[in-house]
Design a binder for this molecule. Structure first.
Ligand SMILES: [Fe+2]
Length: 381
Protein backbone atom coordinates (compact mmCIF):
# COMPACT_ATOMS: atom_id res chain seq x y z
CA UNK A 1 0.00 0.00 0.00
CA UNK A 2 1.21 3.53 -0.72
CA UNK A 3 2.02 5.84 2.19
CA UNK A 4 -0.31 8.73 2.92
CA UNK A 5 -0.99 11.47 5.47
CA UNK A 6 -4.33 11.95 7.18
CA UNK A 7 -4.69 15.54 8.35
CA UNK A 8 -7.65 17.07 10.15
CA UNK A 9 -6.80 19.75 12.72
CA UNK A 10 -10.41 20.85 13.39
CA UNK A 11 -11.79 20.42 16.90
CA UNK A 12 -15.31 19.03 16.53
CA UNK A 13 -18.08 19.58 19.07
CA UNK A 14 -21.00 17.27 18.33
CA UNK A 15 -24.39 16.23 19.62
CA UNK A 16 -27.72 17.68 20.64
CA UNK A 17 -27.22 21.01 22.38
CA UNK A 18 -23.65 21.50 21.09
CA UNK A 19 -24.65 24.96 19.88
CA UNK A 20 -24.91 26.14 23.50
CA UNK A 21 -21.10 25.89 23.73
CA UNK A 22 -20.65 28.56 21.08
CA UNK A 23 -19.79 31.37 23.55
CA UNK A 24 -16.97 29.41 25.18
CA UNK A 25 -15.65 28.30 21.82
CA UNK A 26 -15.67 31.81 20.38
CA UNK A 27 -13.97 33.26 23.45
CA UNK A 28 -11.10 30.79 22.91
CA UNK A 29 -10.62 32.19 19.40
CA UNK A 30 -11.05 35.97 19.54
CA UNK A 31 -13.06 39.00 20.68
CA UNK A 32 -14.42 40.58 17.51
CA UNK A 33 -16.22 38.10 15.33
CA UNK A 34 -17.94 38.26 11.97
CA UNK A 35 -20.89 35.91 11.56
CA UNK A 36 -21.46 34.88 7.93
CA UNK A 37 -24.86 33.32 7.24
CA UNK A 38 -27.90 33.27 4.96
CA UNK A 39 -31.34 34.84 5.38
CA UNK A 40 -32.81 31.71 6.93
CA UNK A 41 -30.50 31.86 9.95
CA UNK A 42 -31.67 35.42 10.61
CA UNK A 43 -35.38 34.62 10.22
CA UNK A 44 -35.22 31.49 12.38
CA UNK A 45 -33.75 33.42 15.30
CA UNK A 46 -30.49 31.46 15.20
CA UNK A 47 -28.42 34.58 14.61
CA UNK A 48 -29.87 36.22 17.72
CA UNK A 49 -29.12 33.09 19.74
CA UNK A 50 -25.54 33.06 18.44
CA UNK A 51 -25.08 36.72 19.28
CA UNK A 52 -26.36 36.36 22.82
CA UNK A 53 -24.18 33.28 23.43
CA UNK A 54 -21.19 35.28 22.16
CA UNK A 55 -22.10 38.32 24.21
CA UNK A 56 -22.24 36.15 27.34
CA UNK A 57 -18.52 35.60 26.82
CA UNK A 58 -17.62 39.17 25.83
CA UNK A 59 -17.36 38.41 22.14
CA UNK A 60 -18.97 40.85 19.70
CA UNK A 61 -20.45 39.42 16.52
CA UNK A 62 -20.82 41.54 13.39
CA UNK A 63 -23.07 40.17 10.68
CA UNK A 64 -22.73 39.50 6.96
CA UNK A 65 -25.90 38.02 5.43
CA UNK A 66 -25.25 36.60 2.00
CA UNK A 67 -27.82 36.74 -0.78
CA UNK A 68 -29.43 33.40 -1.62
CA UNK A 69 -26.91 32.20 -4.18
CA UNK A 70 -23.83 30.02 -3.95
CA UNK A 71 -20.82 32.19 -3.06
CA UNK A 72 -19.00 34.00 -5.83
CA UNK A 73 -15.89 36.15 -5.92
CA UNK A 74 -17.84 39.41 -5.60
CA UNK A 75 -19.52 38.13 -2.45
CA UNK A 76 -16.15 37.14 -0.98
CA UNK A 77 -14.78 40.64 -1.67
CA UNK A 78 -17.79 42.25 -0.03
CA UNK A 79 -17.71 40.03 3.08
CA UNK A 80 -13.92 40.51 3.33
CA UNK A 81 -14.47 44.25 3.55
CA UNK A 82 -16.86 43.70 6.48
CA UNK A 83 -14.23 41.58 8.25
CA UNK A 84 -11.41 44.05 7.65
CA UNK A 85 -13.47 47.13 8.50
CA UNK A 86 -14.53 45.46 11.76
CA UNK A 87 -10.94 44.43 12.51
CA UNK A 88 -12.33 40.95 13.13
CA UNK A 89 -10.21 38.28 14.75
CA UNK A 90 -12.56 35.30 14.34
CA UNK A 91 -15.00 34.32 11.56
CA UNK A 92 -18.12 32.19 12.03
CA UNK A 93 -19.85 30.36 9.17
CA UNK A 94 -23.45 29.45 10.08
CA UNK A 95 -25.69 27.67 7.59
CA UNK A 96 -25.21 25.27 4.68
CA UNK A 97 -22.12 24.75 2.58
CA UNK A 98 -22.50 28.12 0.89
CA UNK A 99 -22.32 30.10 4.15
CA UNK A 100 -19.50 27.98 5.54
CA UNK A 101 -17.43 28.15 2.35
CA UNK A 102 -17.91 31.91 2.14
CA UNK A 103 -16.81 32.26 5.77
CA UNK A 104 -13.83 30.01 5.04
CA UNK A 105 -12.71 32.20 2.16
CA UNK A 106 -13.08 35.34 4.28
CA UNK A 107 -11.07 33.83 7.15
CA UNK A 108 -8.43 32.54 4.75
CA UNK A 109 -7.98 35.75 2.78
CA UNK A 110 -8.41 38.31 5.58
CA UNK A 111 -4.68 38.76 6.12
CA UNK A 112 -3.58 38.33 2.50
CA UNK A 113 -2.99 41.00 -0.09
CA UNK A 114 -4.54 40.83 -3.52
CA UNK A 115 -8.03 40.21 -4.86
CA UNK A 116 -9.91 36.93 -4.23
CA UNK A 117 -9.76 36.27 -7.99
CA UNK A 118 -5.98 35.99 -7.87
CA UNK A 119 -6.17 33.13 -5.36
CA UNK A 120 -9.04 31.57 -7.31
CA UNK A 121 -6.71 31.58 -10.33
CA UNK A 122 -3.98 29.75 -8.47
CA UNK A 123 -1.93 32.30 -6.51
CA UNK A 124 -0.39 30.52 -3.51
CA UNK A 125 -1.93 31.03 -0.07
CA UNK A 126 1.06 32.51 1.74
CA UNK A 127 -0.30 33.42 5.16
CA UNK A 128 -2.36 32.01 8.01
CA UNK A 129 -6.14 32.06 8.17
CA UNK A 130 -8.12 33.80 10.90
CA UNK A 131 -9.67 31.33 13.34
CA UNK A 132 -12.83 29.95 11.75
CA UNK A 133 -15.81 28.36 13.51
CA UNK A 134 -18.23 26.43 11.30
CA UNK A 135 -21.79 25.59 12.33
CA UNK A 136 -23.78 23.53 9.80
CA UNK A 137 -27.57 23.86 9.79
CA UNK A 138 -27.98 21.36 6.95
CA UNK A 139 -26.58 17.83 6.71
CA UNK A 140 -24.81 17.79 3.40
CA UNK A 141 -21.58 19.31 2.27
CA UNK A 142 -19.28 18.45 5.16
CA UNK A 143 -17.80 21.92 4.65
CA UNK A 144 -17.51 22.20 8.43
CA UNK A 145 -14.39 20.02 8.34
CA UNK A 146 -12.82 20.70 4.96
CA UNK A 147 -9.98 22.98 3.91
CA UNK A 148 -11.52 24.11 0.65
CA UNK A 149 -13.99 26.82 -0.25
CA UNK A 150 -16.02 26.19 -3.40
CA UNK A 151 -16.49 29.52 -5.18
CA UNK A 152 -17.85 30.78 -8.48
CA UNK A 153 -16.31 33.28 -10.88
CA UNK A 154 -19.45 34.54 -12.60
CA UNK A 155 -17.49 36.27 -15.39
CA UNK A 156 -15.80 33.11 -16.61
CA UNK A 157 -18.59 30.81 -15.32
CA UNK A 158 -16.01 28.68 -13.54
CA UNK A 159 -16.74 26.97 -10.22
CA UNK A 160 -13.95 25.39 -8.24
CA UNK A 161 -12.19 25.44 -4.89
CA UNK A 162 -9.49 27.44 -3.26
CA UNK A 163 -7.86 24.97 -0.87
CA UNK A 164 -5.08 25.11 1.64
CA UNK A 165 -4.12 23.23 4.80
CA UNK A 166 -4.34 26.53 6.69
CA UNK A 167 -8.02 26.81 5.79
CA UNK A 168 -9.32 24.01 8.02
CA UNK A 169 -11.75 25.47 10.57
CA UNK A 170 -10.45 25.86 14.13
CA UNK A 171 -13.76 24.50 15.45
CA UNK A 172 -16.83 22.79 14.00
CA UNK A 173 -20.04 22.79 16.03
CA UNK A 174 -22.34 20.05 14.75
CA UNK A 175 -25.70 20.14 16.49
CA UNK A 176 -28.49 18.07 14.87
CA UNK A 177 -31.13 20.23 16.52
CA UNK A 178 -30.19 23.08 14.18
CA UNK A 179 -31.40 21.02 11.21
CA UNK A 180 -34.86 20.21 12.60
CA UNK A 181 -36.64 22.96 10.69
CA UNK A 182 -34.93 22.30 7.36
CA UNK A 183 -37.67 21.91 4.69
CA UNK A 184 -37.94 18.58 2.81
CA UNK A 185 -36.49 19.96 -0.44
CA UNK A 186 -33.33 21.19 1.26
CA UNK A 187 -33.14 18.00 3.34
CA UNK A 188 -33.23 16.03 0.08
CA UNK A 189 -30.69 18.06 -1.86
CA UNK A 190 -28.18 18.45 0.98
CA UNK A 191 -28.63 14.82 1.99
CA UNK A 192 -28.01 13.70 -1.60
CA UNK A 193 -24.72 15.56 -1.52
CA UNK A 194 -23.79 13.80 1.72
CA UNK A 195 -24.69 10.39 0.30
CA UNK A 196 -22.73 11.11 -2.86
CA UNK A 197 -19.70 12.35 -0.93
CA UNK A 198 -19.73 9.31 1.36
CA UNK A 199 -19.79 6.91 -1.60
CA UNK A 200 -17.31 8.89 -3.71
CA UNK A 201 -14.84 9.29 -0.82
CA UNK A 202 -15.16 5.55 -0.11
CA UNK A 203 -14.44 4.54 -3.69
CA UNK A 204 -11.96 7.32 -4.56
CA UNK A 205 -8.51 6.19 -5.63
CA UNK A 206 -7.28 8.39 -2.75
CA UNK A 207 -9.12 6.30 -0.13
CA UNK A 208 -7.13 4.63 2.65
CA UNK A 209 -8.16 2.35 5.53
CA UNK A 210 -8.37 5.51 7.65
CA UNK A 211 -10.83 7.26 5.36
CA UNK A 212 -12.66 3.96 4.69
CA UNK A 213 -13.66 3.70 8.35
CA UNK A 214 -15.19 7.14 8.24
CA UNK A 215 -16.84 6.68 4.85
CA UNK A 216 -18.32 3.28 5.68
CA UNK A 217 -20.01 4.64 8.80
CA UNK A 218 -21.21 7.65 6.82
CA UNK A 219 -22.80 5.45 4.15
CA UNK A 220 -24.58 3.34 6.79
CA UNK A 221 -25.92 6.34 8.74
CA UNK A 222 -27.04 8.28 5.68
CA UNK A 223 -28.46 5.14 4.07
CA UNK A 224 -30.71 4.41 7.02
CA UNK A 225 -31.86 7.97 7.79
CA UNK A 226 -31.93 10.12 4.65
CA UNK A 227 -35.46 9.10 3.70
CA UNK A 228 -36.65 9.37 7.33
CA UNK A 229 -35.49 12.98 7.57
CA UNK A 230 -37.22 13.72 4.27
CA UNK A 231 -40.61 12.42 5.42
CA UNK A 232 -40.32 13.29 9.14
CA UNK A 233 -38.23 16.41 9.50
CA UNK A 234 -38.68 16.52 13.27
CA UNK A 235 -37.24 13.02 13.84
CA UNK A 236 -34.25 14.03 15.94
CA UNK A 237 -32.65 10.57 15.87
CA UNK A 238 -32.68 10.57 12.06
CA UNK A 239 -31.41 14.16 12.01
CA UNK A 240 -28.58 13.08 14.31
CA UNK A 241 -27.66 10.22 11.96
CA UNK A 242 -27.54 12.67 9.06
CA UNK A 243 -25.48 15.21 11.02
CA UNK A 244 -22.90 12.54 11.86
CA UNK A 245 -23.11 10.99 8.41
CA UNK A 246 -22.39 14.21 6.56
CA UNK A 247 -19.65 15.10 9.05
CA UNK A 248 -17.97 11.71 8.64
CA UNK A 249 -18.26 11.97 4.84
CA UNK A 250 -16.64 15.41 5.03
CA UNK A 251 -13.80 14.03 7.14
CA UNK A 252 -13.29 11.20 4.67
CA UNK A 253 -13.42 13.35 1.54
CA UNK A 254 -11.09 16.02 2.90
CA UNK A 255 -8.40 13.37 2.82
CA UNK A 256 -9.55 10.87 0.17
CA UNK A 257 -11.04 13.37 -2.33
CA UNK A 258 -14.15 12.53 -4.39
CA UNK A 259 -15.10 11.18 -7.81
CA UNK A 260 -16.61 11.85 -11.21
CA UNK A 261 -19.99 13.09 -9.96
CA UNK A 262 -18.34 16.07 -8.32
CA UNK A 263 -16.17 16.64 -11.38
CA UNK A 264 -19.26 17.01 -13.56
CA UNK A 265 -21.50 18.70 -10.96
CA UNK A 266 -19.52 21.93 -10.73
CA UNK A 267 -19.66 22.97 -14.41
CA UNK A 268 -23.31 21.88 -14.65
CA UNK A 269 -24.25 23.75 -11.49
CA UNK A 270 -22.68 27.03 -12.50
CA UNK A 271 -23.87 26.95 -16.11
CA UNK A 272 -27.52 26.20 -15.33
CA UNK A 273 -27.68 27.64 -11.81
CA UNK A 274 -28.60 24.27 -10.31
CA UNK A 275 -28.35 23.38 -6.63
CA UNK A 276 -25.20 21.37 -5.99
CA UNK A 277 -26.93 18.59 -4.07
CA UNK A 278 -29.58 18.12 -6.75
CA UNK A 279 -26.97 17.72 -9.49
CA UNK A 280 -24.94 15.31 -7.37
CA UNK A 281 -27.99 13.20 -6.55
CA UNK A 282 -29.10 13.18 -10.18
CA UNK A 283 -25.72 12.08 -11.53
CA UNK A 284 -24.85 9.56 -8.83
CA UNK A 285 -26.77 6.49 -10.12
CA UNK A 286 -25.60 7.06 -13.72
CA UNK A 287 -21.99 7.40 -12.58
CA UNK A 288 -22.30 4.30 -10.37
CA UNK A 289 -23.62 2.43 -13.42
CA UNK A 290 -20.44 3.41 -15.27
CA UNK A 291 -18.18 2.59 -12.32
CA UNK A 292 -19.76 -0.70 -11.22
CA UNK A 293 -17.71 -3.09 -13.40
CA UNK A 294 -14.44 -1.72 -11.97
CA UNK A 295 -15.49 -0.83 -8.42
CA UNK A 296 -15.47 -3.91 -6.15
CA UNK A 297 -16.24 -1.71 -3.15
CA UNK A 298 -19.83 -1.30 -4.37
CA UNK A 299 -20.46 -4.82 -3.02
CA UNK A 300 -19.61 -3.52 0.44
CA UNK A 301 -21.78 -0.44 -0.21
CA UNK A 302 -24.74 -2.82 -0.72
CA UNK A 303 -24.03 -4.36 2.70
CA UNK A 304 -23.73 -0.95 4.34
CA UNK A 305 -27.05 0.10 2.80
CA UNK A 306 -28.69 -3.07 4.09
CA UNK A 307 -29.64 -4.47 0.70
CA UNK A 308 -27.30 -7.47 0.58
CA UNK A 309 -28.96 -10.85 0.89
CA UNK A 310 -27.24 -14.22 1.42
CA UNK A 311 -26.10 -15.93 -1.75
CA UNK A 312 -25.83 -12.79 -3.86
CA UNK A 313 -22.91 -12.85 -6.27
CA UNK A 314 -20.40 -10.02 -6.27
CA UNK A 315 -21.95 -8.68 -9.46
CA UNK A 316 -25.44 -8.82 -7.95
CA UNK A 317 -24.25 -6.97 -4.85
CA UNK A 318 -22.75 -4.16 -6.93
CA UNK A 319 -25.95 -3.91 -8.93
CA UNK A 320 -28.05 -3.90 -5.73
CA UNK A 321 -26.02 -0.93 -4.43
CA UNK A 322 -26.62 1.06 -7.61
CA UNK A 323 -30.33 0.26 -7.75
CA UNK A 324 -30.88 1.03 -4.07
CA UNK A 325 -29.19 4.40 -4.42
CA UNK A 326 -31.31 5.11 -7.50
CA UNK A 327 -34.51 4.21 -5.63
CA UNK A 328 -33.59 6.19 -2.53
CA UNK A 329 -32.88 9.34 -4.54
CA UNK A 330 -36.15 8.90 -6.45
CA UNK A 331 -38.05 8.51 -3.16
CA UNK A 332 -36.77 11.85 -1.89
CA UNK A 333 -37.73 13.68 -5.05
CA UNK A 334 -34.35 14.15 -6.72
CA UNK A 335 -34.91 14.69 -10.46
CA UNK A 336 -33.70 11.88 -12.69
CA UNK A 337 -32.91 13.70 -15.91
CA UNK A 338 -30.89 16.76 -16.84
CA UNK A 339 -32.96 17.76 -19.88
CA UNK A 340 -35.98 19.05 -17.93
CA UNK A 341 -33.56 21.18 -15.88
CA UNK A 342 -32.50 23.00 -19.04
CA UNK A 343 -29.38 21.06 -20.00
CA UNK A 344 -29.10 20.77 -23.77
CA UNK A 345 -27.32 18.18 -25.85
CA UNK A 346 -25.39 20.86 -27.75
CA UNK A 347 -23.85 22.07 -24.46
CA UNK A 348 -22.47 18.69 -23.45
CA UNK A 349 -19.09 19.08 -25.15
CA UNK A 350 -18.47 22.26 -23.16
CA UNK A 351 -19.50 20.52 -19.92
CA UNK A 352 -17.18 17.61 -20.73
CA UNK A 353 -14.24 19.94 -21.37
CA UNK A 354 -14.93 21.87 -18.16
CA UNK A 355 -15.12 18.61 -16.17
CA UNK A 356 -11.87 17.05 -17.35
CA UNK A 357 -9.37 19.17 -15.32
CA UNK A 358 -11.26 18.45 -12.08
CA UNK A 359 -9.32 16.79 -9.26
CA UNK A 360 -12.48 14.90 -8.32
CA UNK A 361 -12.74 13.37 -11.79
CA UNK A 362 -9.14 12.20 -11.55
CA UNK A 363 -9.93 10.38 -8.29
CA UNK A 364 -12.81 8.37 -9.77
CA UNK A 365 -12.35 4.62 -9.30
CA UNK A 366 -12.81 3.90 -13.00
CA UNK A 367 -10.75 6.20 -15.22
CA UNK A 368 -12.67 8.47 -17.58
CA UNK A 369 -11.79 9.93 -20.95
CA UNK A 370 -13.79 12.69 -22.58
CA UNK A 371 -16.06 10.20 -24.38
CA UNK A 372 -16.81 8.42 -21.07
CA UNK A 373 -17.86 11.67 -19.40
CA UNK A 374 -20.02 12.45 -22.40
CA UNK A 375 -21.60 8.99 -22.27
CA UNK A 376 -22.59 9.44 -18.62
CA UNK A 377 -24.04 12.88 -19.30
CA UNK A 378 -25.95 11.59 -22.35
CA UNK A 379 -27.43 8.77 -20.31
CA UNK A 380 -28.59 11.31 -17.71
CA UNK A 381 -29.98 13.75 -20.27
FE1 LIG B 1 -20.60 17.94 -2.74
Amino acid sequence: MRSDTFYLPTRIRTGKGAFESLGTILASCGRRGLLVCGQHAVRSGLVNRARSLAQGHDVGLGLYVRAGREPDLAMVAEALKFARDGNCDVIVGLGGGSAMDLAKAVAGLAHLEGAPGEYFSGRAIDGPSLPLVTIPTTAGTGAEVTKNAVLIDRDSRVKHSIRDDQWFPRWAVVDPELSLDMPPGVTASSGSDALCQAIEAYTSIGATPLTDGLAERAIALIGRSLHRTYVSGDDIDAREDMAYGSLLAGMAMSNARLGAVHGMAHPLGVRYDLAHGVVCGLLLPYTMDYNAPETPKYARVAQLLGVATPGMSDKELRRAAVEHVRGLLHAIGIPEQLGPLGVRDEDLDDIVQASLPSGSLKHNPRPLHAHDVRRILESAL
